[in-house]
Design a protein around this ligand. Sequence first.
Ligand SMILES: [Zn+2]
Ligand SMILES: [Zn+2]
Length: 175
Amino acid sequence: MMVECINGCGGMAATHYEGVEIDVCGCCSGVWLDFGELTQIVEIRGAAWSENVVEKVLTSLGGKGVPVKERERELTCRVCNNALPPSNYQSNSGIIVNACPDGHGVWLDAGELEKLQIFMERWQDIAARDADKHQHLLRQIEVDYADKKSKGLREGPAYFEVINIFINRVISLME
Ligand SMILES: [Zn+2]
Ligand SMILES: [Zn+2]
């Protein structure tokens, strides 16, 4: 069954990616990930990137906030039809993701899934190599998370699930 692309173009087809079935648009190459699928993909680390690709992605990353053109888009959740607010992944990755506030899933534009994976993998590698140096940042992530939770801010469970896994992994590397 073809599902309409929420980016307003063609139909989306189920595709196997690192063992996870995800929906990819044949027209804009955007990706819809159901709740939990991003976590699975980040956990798997199945893809091997060439150094060129990694270099290119890492130099393109960074930057706070969400650009105006991203805020003006009107993407809606495939499940609940509510708006998918854009957010800057991990607050300063520069990767803008659109996650359902009720955690149904996340929309990624073409190339963003790859960027997310490279960003997370690099982070994990750096944390593993130089754990002491990153304890401060790790604590900051935990404080930010606790703060967001206490204020009842919702950014979607999938978003926090990934951060939690990330935190747990870094903690286990430090032990
Ligand atoms: Zn599309
Ligand atoms: Zn939704």
